[in-house]
Write a protein that binds this ligand. Sequence first.
Ligand SMILES: [Zn+2]
Length: 111
Amino acid sequence: MALYSRTSKPETYKGDRILTMPRDFFDPPLDQTNILNVSAATLRKAEALIVGCEACSEDAEFPFDTVLDQITGQDPAVTDYVLSEPAKCPRCRGSVVEKTLVEFDPGDSEA
Ligand SMILES: [Zn+2]
C-alpha cells in the first residue's frame, strides 16, 4: 500500500479539503454574495449526510446550508443557496430547507 508508506504522524487536517479550494479563482466582482442553485444531485448528496433535523434531533445545530458548504466547497460567508426542492430528513421525512437546523455526519469519505 503505497499510500501508507509514510510512517510519520499524520498531519492535522481540519476535517475538510475545502481549504485547498482556490476560491479566489472566482474573484467575485462587485457583489460579495454568491447565489448558488443547488441541483437535485447535490441535494441528494447533502441529504445523505443528514442524520436528523431540528424536528427530530436534539443535536441538530447546523443550518442545512452548512452541509451544502461542505459538499460544494463554497465559502459560507459569501454563499447563499437556492434549493430546487426541499431536502428530506431521513429520520422523520420532514422537509429540510436552507436554514433548517440539522444534525449531520461530516464524514471524511470520498463522495
Ligand atoms: Zn427529522
